[in-house]
Design a protein around this ligand. Structure first.
Ligand code: C2E
Ligand code: CA
Ligand code: CA
Length: 823
């Protein structure tokens, strides 16, 4: 063994150029390093790219081993000239490359535990074959004798180093690991080569010749140099490819970074969404869920097990009370939606009455993503807006629009079922006065309180506020008209008892009109119109009561409209005349007349003011008519004896339009009537409409020197307050109190009270509607100042009072005034 080692050593030192040996070592190490690097690279890939990497590795390191061998051979300096046979030399290169390719390939691709060792054996086998084939290509004038021990030793060394190099290469990919296996590969080649070289001994034999085709050492030098360049080239390709890959890897890394950034952004976007978000995979397992989702349903993240399913989550929600429906039913619903792959929107209610809008969207892989949005506030705001659009702001009752819709439905139903229903139209008696006199805040509070009572009375029937003080009720079900009558009674009953508003006690009355579908109309407009006609009638005839619509009301309504139309031309056609009713100092003389207008209708005959004054007021014709009355009355009175005055009624409408004081003034000038002989009778309506304007106009009228009398006293709402607001010249107690004096002690008390009050205010009182001597006696006893009524004299053409106005009577003369007052 020692002898063998000595032989190898002496071969190396005595027979080799040591400088070339070092070169061979460096080339060999480079080749090894390249092989290891490419081996590692190949292990990172699969398929075709892996094959290519292994091929490059095999060829590069095969060439390296071969180059090492021949550089070492060049370093070998035997004492004889040497040549190399071409084909064997070339074949040895192919064998070296193939052996390395197969060995590395096996170690890189096989999963077997012994793959690396087996790969190493193949490489070593390739190396040995290459070496001894290369040796056999050597031609020289001599014979080679072999030491078989060293040949075997060279092969064993090659196997040992190759196996350990590959074992380390498959285990370690760090740079020191790579360095170690490259060193082991270098040792494999070098130890094998020099041991192999030590195994030969050349015995000079001049009979042996060098073939003509043999490569000279010079050619071999060129070949080996080319091989070395090829190795370097391939190594360079490998390195550049590696660099390229590194760049690619870096780029990939950057992409990953970007992707990471995007995923972070996505995470933060998901977390900052105002909506809850959950994502499930095809097997209904939870993939993603943001905090908002958990918050909406009051779940904490700890409650969610990793990989939990939709079923688990629903069970958890049912447990924590945020799922108000059956979890299984809901689960079936969700899963069937996911299975069908459809987008679906649904709204659910969760605890605390919160409303959640959910949108399920399918994903391509069979899973789904759902957004959960708490729309409670939005929904409430929307409901509020819808409510406001359909309800009255003040009373919160349905408004006209809502009522019309409800009525349309009722009509449809009645039509299809052949059933019947009623419409009740009602309004508050004298509401305008309450509102104007006591102020809108009292009016509003009263409306509110009354609405509450009315709604209670209407029960489940729809009641709506359709105007200022107008309400409508739809009475469905039950037998008509009995059902409507019973509701009407209940509505009237709602006003029984006083309303206490802002410390005031108010008494309120209602008037009600009823129309029945289909008898009184089969469409909304007809029914409403007829209910109104009935209401109108109730007001006219008996406030605080209800009336059913009757066909005759319709005729009356048409009649009213016809009259209103005819009013337009009646003044111009001279169809009006004035009647005069005497007014007297009680028990004494006639002091004047009240002018009362009559319409001498060409076909209807004489029409009383109650039938046309309201129409004229409504249409505005009262302005021209009023001016005519005033001029006519003044013109007439101007012809009477000085002591007789004339009282003229003014409508509140006349106060609202034009310049009333200016008109009165010009008429007085025009007719020459002394202002102190003119008495203007006004009602509270003048002050109710617009108090300050009313008072201002009254003052201007009074400034003209005319007198102002307050008519119909006691019928209005707040007569007392009006009495204080303006210095009236006379109070006229309404005839209803007088006619009731004997029957109703309350009326007598009122009359007594008013007379006392007026005396306190130093105001003369005139009692209207005195029809009997008893009434006169009562008034006389109560010290009433003046009287007017049929007992004293009926309203008549002035000719009938010719004797009173000191005018020669024209036949036929009939005294209308009682003799006591006949002057
Ligand atoms: P008024 O101003 O209170 O007029 C008195 C009404 O009582 C008159 O009715 C008169 O005929 C009636 N009357 C008088 N004495 C008695 C009696 O003893 N018993 C009964 N039952 N009635 C009596 P008329 O003429 O029908 O007028 C009704 C209302 O029409 C008037 O009430 C007044 O408000 C209005 N009016 C009448 N003429 C005019 C007018 O020229 N201009 C205006 N703006 N309104 C007028
Ligand atoms: Ca009057
Ligand atoms: Ca009156």
């Amino acid at each position: 063994m020692v002898k063998l080692m000595f032989r190898v050593f002496s071969c190396l030192t005595n027979e080799h150029d040591l400088r070339l040996v070092v070169v061979a070592g460096i080339v060999c190490f480079l080749a090894g390093l390249t092989a290891v690097n490419l081996f590692h690279r190949s292990r990172e890939t699969h398929g075709r790219p892996q094959f290519i990497w292994i091929l490059i590795a095999g060829v590069a390191s095969g060439c390296g081993i071969w180059a090492t061998h021949f550089i070492a051979m060049l370093a070998y300096e035997p004492a004889v000239p040497v040549g190399y046979e071409v084909w064997r030399t070339a074949l040895s290169l192919v064998i070296a490359a193939t052996g390395t390719f197969v060995g590395l390939g096996f170690a890189a691709t096989s999963k077997k535990r012994w793959a690396a060792a087996f790969g190493g054996v193949i490489i070593a086998a390739g190396l040995a074959t290459m070496h001894y084939l290369g040796m056999s290509a050597m031609q020289l004038p001599g014979r080679i004798s072999w030491s078989h021990d060293l040949v075997i030793g060279s092969i064993v060394l090659a196997i040992l180093f190759a196996v350990s190099a590959l074992e380390i290469a498959v285990r370690r990919s760090d740079s020191s690991g790579k360095l170690l296996s490259a060193l082991l590969l270098t040792l494999m080649t070098v130890s094998h080569h020099f041991t192999g070289m030590g195994a030969i001994e050349i015995v000079f034999d001049p009979t042996q010749t060098i073939g003509t085709t043999a490569l000279s050492p010079t050619y071999l030098a060129i070949t080996v140099a080319s091989s070395a360049i090829a190795i370097l080239g391939i190594s360079l390709i490998g390195v550049s490819a590696d660099q390229h890959l590194a760049v690619r890897a870096q780029a990939f890394g950057q992409t990953i970074n970007k992707l990471t950034l995007e995923s972070e952004l996505l995470d933060s976007a998901i977390e900052n969404m105002s909506q809850g978000l959950v994502m499930f995979d095809a097997s209904a397992r939870l993939l993603v869920c943001n905090d908002r989702y958990l918050e909406i349903y009051g779940i904490s993240r700890e409650m969610l097990q990793p990989g939990c399913t939709i079923r688990d989550i629903l069970a958890l929600r049912a447990e924590t009370g945020s799922l108000l429906i059956d979890p299984e039913t809901y689960l079936d619903d969700i899963l069937s939606t996911a299975q069908r792959g459809i987008t679906r929107q649904l709204t659910v209610e969760t605890r605390g009455g919160r409303i959640i809008s959910i949108l399920h969207r399918p994903m391509l892989d069979g899973g789904w993503v759902a957004t959960h949005e708490d729309i409670t506030e939005r929904k409430r705001a929307q409901e509020r807006i819808e409510h406001l659009a359909r309800h009255d702001l003040l009373t919160d009752l349905p408004n006209r629009a809502a009522f019309n819709q409800r009525l349309a439905r009722a009509l449809d139903e009645a039509r299809t079922r052949g059933s019947s229903f009623a419409i009740i139209s009602l309004d508050i008696d004298r509401f305008k006065e309450i509102n104007d006199v006591l102020g809108p805040s009292v009016g509003d509070t009263l409306l509110n309180e009354l609405s509450r009572r009315l709604q209670e009375a209407a029960g489940n029937h729809c009641i709506a506020r359709v105007g200022g003080d107008e309400f409508c009720v739809i009475v469905e079900g039950g037998m008509q008209p009995a059902a409507a009558a019973s509701i009407a009674e209940r509505l009237l009953g709602a006003t029984v008892g006083e309303f206490t508003i802002e410390g005031r006690q108010l008494q309120v009355g209602l008037s009600i009109g009823i129309a029945i579908c289909p008898t009184d109309g089969a469409d909304a407009a007809t029914l409403l119109g007829n209910a109104d006609a009935a209401l109108h009638r109730a007001k006219l005839e008996n406030r605080g009561s209800f009336r059913f619509y009757e066909a005759e009301m319709d005729a009356q309504l048409r009649d009213r409209r016809a009259l209103q139309h005819e009013l337009q031309t009646a003044v111009a056609h001279g169809q009006f005349v004035l009647n005069y009713q005497p007014q007297a100092r009680i028990g004494k003389e006639i002091i004047g007349f009240e002018a009362l207008v009559r319409w001498q209708h060409p076909s209807r005959g004489s029409i009383f003011p109650g039938a046309f004054i309201p129409l004229a007021e409504e249409s505005g014709h009262i302005i021209t008519l009023g001016e005519w009355i005033l001029r006519e009355a003044c013109r007439e009175a101007a012809t009477w004896p000085e002591h007789l005055h004339i009282a003229v009624n003014l409508s509140p409408v006349q106060f609202r339009h034009g310049d009333l004081p200016g008109l009165v003034h010009s008429i007085l000038l025009e007719t020459g009537l002394s202002p102190n002989r003119l008495e203007l009778e006004i009602t509270e309506g003048v002050l109710v409409d617009d108090f300050s304007r009313g008072v201002a106009l009254l003052r201007r009228l009074k400034a003209l020197g005319v007198r102002i009398a307050l008519d119909d006293f006691g019928t209005g709402y707040s007569s007392m307050s009006y009495l204080q607001s303006f210095p009236f010249d006379k109070i006229k107690i309404d005839q209803t109190f007088i006619s009731n004096i004997e029957r109703n002690p309350q009326s007598a008390a009122i009359v007594r009270g008013v007379i006392g009050l007026a005396r306190g205010l130093n105001l003369p009182v005139l009692a209207e509607g005195v029809e009997t001597s008893e009434q006169l006696a009562f008034l006389s006893k109560e010290l009433c100042d003046e009287v007017q009524g049929y007992y004293i004299g009926r309203p008549a053409l002035i000719e009938n009072y010719a004797h009173l106005i000191e005018r020669p009577a024209r036949p036929p003369v009939r005294s209308n005034a009682r003799s006591a007052y006949a002057h």
